[in-house]
Design a protein around this ligand. Sequence first.
Ligand code: HEM
Ligand code: HEM
Length: 165
Amino acid sequence: MASATPASYSIPQKALHWLMALLIFFNLILSDNIEAWDHAMDEGNVTPEILAGANIHAYVGIAVLALGLLRLILRFTQGAPAAPANEPPLFQLAAKLGHAAFYVLFFAMPITGMMKYYGDIDIAGGLHAEPIKIALWLVIVAHIVAIPVHHFVWKTDVATRMTKG
Ligand code: HEM
Ligand code: HEM
């Protein structure tokens, strides 16, 4: 059950937001090691160095899964501040759906990765490396583009709600 609507995100919610953003960008941008593992698996020549590099991707991704679970619990127990009433209702809805999509991706991305890495399930690897990855990038880009829109177009405090707000 969500608590009464708070005035701002709690400090743990803010810390989790930025820590998870860092870990997610790390895995999205620095994916060479895991891709090298994937190629080496195909060719049957995985070395200890390749495995060590791939494990960094796996552990960072598993951390995203664990922190995502914690964050979901906080979201249900502490809630989230309401969207400013003067923002267009359609965009308020888009923000809600976008945030919900993030939570789905916090689980879908690591779980499909684990299925491929530990279970050798190719179809999960394909979903992880293509459609789910692309969906994550799209939600991130929309999320970042929304920041100046809140600030300069609607002139609301949303842009600072994950920092000082
Ligand atoms: C991988 C990158 C990111 C992810 C996955 C992410 C995810 C989220 C999620 C799920 C929320 C909703 C609050 C919650 O339930 O915890 C949120 C809110 C927020 N994010 Fe991000 N975020 C990312 C990057 C960023 C960046 C780079 C910025 C700033 C430039 C940013 C600024 C904000 C702000 C200001 C809010 C508050 C919005 C509101 O109050 O409705 N985020 N983020
Ligand atoms: C939020 C967490 C994660 C993100 C953002 C992420 C991101 C990525 C990216 C960008 C790639 C390269 C895709 C490409 O070829 O362009 C990739 C591949 C891969 N990742 Fe992850 N990953 C995450 C979690 C995990 C976890 C937890 C595991 C396993 C424990 C994992 C295992 C893999 C594997 C096996 C591949 C190669 C898949 C293939 O090409 O078939 N990932 N990941």
